[in-house]
Design a protein around this ligand. Structure first.
Ligand code: NOJ
Length: 747
């Protein structure tokens, strides 16, 4: 006992000294910030609030400007984006070092799912529910990017997304606020590592603040109209989690929220983020979003746009030049005080100090480190594991998978089976001097996996889009010669992403028709679906015996897919977004409210809340995903039936691997607050555990439920846990609930 106390005291002292050091560091940095600020002219201050795109690659509409270098020399620029590589960032930083105060530049980049080594698109990776693995890939991305001149990533994107027509669903973690928050936290920790200031840490940027994922009709950049309760309960939690993880920056968003563009939204930025949440970092606008408020129509011109954005708390202007051209005039006209500008400048300088750029502006520009980091074989290994963990097994009739490595002949068919660069997904970074050769195609992955005794035949069959069926005959011909067919179909990688909204999310072209012809040969067909969003593929879902949803898996895609196909990795991923049966069901998500006339099945439509021509259920639900093995859920134990607000409820359940493969299961805990002062969702994910079990093995999984998990925002937007009955559901997906229990929260 004494020993335990001593350990506790030591830990407390360590913690106190760490807190003390961090506070002292912050204090000394803020003194330094003040001393720099004192030297700055208004023009130089405004310069710090300015961010431009570099000249050679753009991720938005570019403003041609050949005076950028001159402006940097004059101290009129705080940051560049889309400037990568040690050589190029060094060249720009050199120019900044010629300015009067030598304030270093920040280099921001969309390092969304990897830098050189590409990882699965975030939505795919989220399906691993593997928080450590997610932190690790962000860590690797940061290690590579920070060795290549970058000190700031515009990630993670933490927008909740419930509409797969919206192309940007690929960038987030899916539809659920609880899981979204966990993943946001994991990603920020990964990007920022132990602390800003380490050579391998980059600043994270939680985006897009806020509610961008709820664009009406799934049309990118569109308006958002949402209740405050929905905002707080569903859309804000991942942002709060990113903040709790220490995210250095936030990016605001293109959408208006209830009529006020997010960029000029004081409620979001000043009241919530910098006020209630006490965020000490800085907010960057989205690309051009300050001047785009003119198009929204709530400001007349750039002058008013700048006024609106700075007043609302947007600190840095990405590419619109509204700040550069108007802030000085706004001060002169007494529309804003210099103190408002100072606050924004201080926030930015603070981060430049924390990154260590004032000590060494070229800290991230070491060519040797760049070479080593970009060629680290460990990164490749991590990419392969992350990719395998993201693959969702949607169907496996008669245990067609895993395939035997002794198969004699495999017909490899489809427009994506030999694709190379496609595997990178939407947000790849073009790293100078690096071509795509190192990306492992599915074809190459199969070749790597199989020995000389297996023959691989190839036919493209058809294109991703278009009606051309000329290649069908060849495909059918090789299918007939084979023991099994692997068909790789889906979207192009740039069909999901920014500005890639679609009203039709079926598998494009004649790809499903190709499948039909291949199935007619009677050969077993394994379908790989490559996509950045949940697609609609009813024919495939009904008829193909085995389906793997592979998303875009990154540089090791081919090897990871081969690992799964041949059972070297037993798939464990589960969907984090509901897959609709048709566009008409969208938006569709599991944690919906009950109506006054709920429908419980698809057979009865009379005066109830259903579609007359479509199921009420998704094709594949949130939390769904198969394994090569099976898991049995037994022995649900609730520590008590009644708990008080200050008490914890212990829950345990036994999971047994009843199949013949070792494997992992994601055990999901859902709650339903049966009667609330306002309507509560039919179920909400409140915890999960990913466990590994050898064949035949059992494990007891423990959960604890406290007040936090029982709370919600009431009508007055207070975070409360109301006394009453709760239903607890433990399941293998949101629909595949295996065990249920009840408990009561008492006063
Ligand atoms: C616009 C996108 O909305 C944002 O996510 C991205 O970071 C910027 N462009 C910069 O590329």
């Amino acid at each position: 006992m004494l020993k335990k106390n001593r350990v506790m005291v030591c830990l407390l002292l360590l913690w106190t000294s760490q807190v003390f050091t961090a506070t002292a560091q912050r204090k000394s940095i803020s003194q330094k910030v003040d001393s720099v600020l004192k030297l700055m002219t208004l023009d130089e201050k405004i310069g710090q609030l300015n961010q431009y795109n570099d000249d050679w690659k753009a991720t938005g509409p570019v403003t041609l400007d050949n005076t950028k270098r001159e402006q940097v020399k004059n101290g009129q620029l705080g940051s560049l984006l889309n400037c990568v590589g040690t050589a190029r960032t060094r060249a720009w930083q050199n120019i900044a070092m010629q300015s009067r105060l030598k304030i270093p530049l920040l280099f921001g980049q969309d390092v969304i799912h990897g830098y050189k080594t590409t990882f699965p698109i975030p939505l795919g990776e989220a399906c691993s529910w593997d928080l450590d693995a997610i932190t690790l890939t962000a860590r690797v991305a940061a290690t590579e990017a920070s060795a290549s001149g970058i000190n700031w990533t515009f990630a993670p994107m933490v927008d909740i997304a419930r509409d797969p027509r919206w192309g940007r669903v690929m960038e987030g973690a899916g539809e659920d606020p609880y899981l979204g928050a966990k993943i946001a936290y994991a990603r920020v920790k990964g990007f920022q590592g132990n602390q800003l200031g380490d050579t391998n840490a980059v600043m994270a940027c939680a985006k897009h603040f806020a509610a961008y994922g709820a664009a009406i009709g799934g049309r990118d950049y569109n308006s958002v109209d949402m209740s405050d309760r929905m905002l707080w309960e569903v859309y804000l939690p991942p942002f709060k989690a990113a903040l709790d993880a220490g995210a250095a920056t936030f990016m605001n968003s293109f959408n208006d929220l209830n009529g006020v563009p997010a960029t000029g939204n004081k409620y979001l930025q000043r009241d919530i983020l910098k006020g209630k949440w006490n965020f000490k970092g800085f907010v960057v606008s989205d690309w051009g979003s300050i001047s785009e408020m003119i198009n929204h129509g709530n400001v007349k011109n750039q002058y008013e746009a700048a006024l609106s954005a700075i007043t609302a708390g947007s600190d840095m202007d990405m590419e619109s030049r509204c700040y550069k051209n108007n802030l000085a005039q706004l001060v002169k006209d007494k529309k804003i005080t210099v103190a408002v500008i100072d606050d924004a400048v201080k926030r930015i300088l603070q981060k430049k100090f924390e990154l260590g750029l004032f000590d060494d502006p070229f800290k991230f520009c070491n060519a040797d480190r760049e070479k080593t980091a970009l060629n680290d074989p460990e990164h490749t290994k991590i990419a392969r594991e992350a990719a395998a963990k993201s693959i969702v097994l949607l169907k496996n009739q008669n245990n067609l998978l895993p395939l035997s490595k002794n198969i004699k002949t495999i017909a490899c068919i489809g427009p994506l089976i030999k694709a190379v660069k496609q595997n990178k997904g939407f947000w790849d970074v073009e790293v100078p001097g690096v071509d795509s050769n190192f990306i492992v195609s599915q074809w190459e992955g199969l070749q790597n996996k199989l020995g000389a005794t297996t023959t691989l035949l190839y036919a493209k069959g058809c294109d991703i889009e278009g009606n051309n069926k000329d290649g069908f005959a060849e495909a059918v011909d090789i299918a007939k010669q084979a023991d099994v067919v692997v068909l790789s179909i889906g979207e192009r990688r740039d069909m999901s992403g920014e500005a890639k909204s679609r009203s039709n999310i079926n598998i494009p072209g004649v790809q499903e028709e190709l499948l039909k012809e291949l199935l007619a040969t009677g050969k077993p067909v394994v379908v790989l679906i490559n996509a950045g969003r949940p697609l609609v593929f009813n024919y495939t879902a009904d008829n193909a015996p085995a389906i793997l949803y592979t998303w875009w898996l990154g540089s090791e895609a081919g090897n990871a897919i081969a690992d799964v196909l041949f059972g070297d990795y037993n798939p464990a991923a589960k969907l984090t977004m509901s897959f609709p049966r048709s566009v008409g069901q969208i938006p569709i998500y599991y944690s919906h409210f009950n109506t006054g006339r709920p429908a419980t099945n698809d057979n009865y439509h009379n005066y109830n809340s259903s579609y007359n021509d479509e199921s009420i259920f998704p094709r594949f639900e949130f939390g769904y995903g198969l394994s090569y093995t099976s898991f049995q859920y037994t022995d649900l134990q609730l520590g008590k039936r009644q708990l008080k607000p200050n008490e914890q409820l212990d829950v345990s359940v036994t999971i047994t691997n009843t199949g013949k493969y070792d494997g992992e299961e994601i055990v999901q805990l859902y709650l339903r607050d049966k009667v609330g002062s306002i309507v509560r969702p039919v179920q909400e994910l409140k915890d999960f555990k990913k466990i590994r079990l050898n064949s035949g093995e059992s494990k007891t999984v423990q959960f604890t439920i406290g007040k936090e998990k029982l709370s919600f925002y009431n009508q007055q937007l207070q975070w409360v846990a109301e006394p009453g009955d709760f239903e607890l559901m433990i399941g293998a997906s949101s629909r595949d609930i295996r065990l249920k229990g009840n408990f009561e929260l008492v006063k």
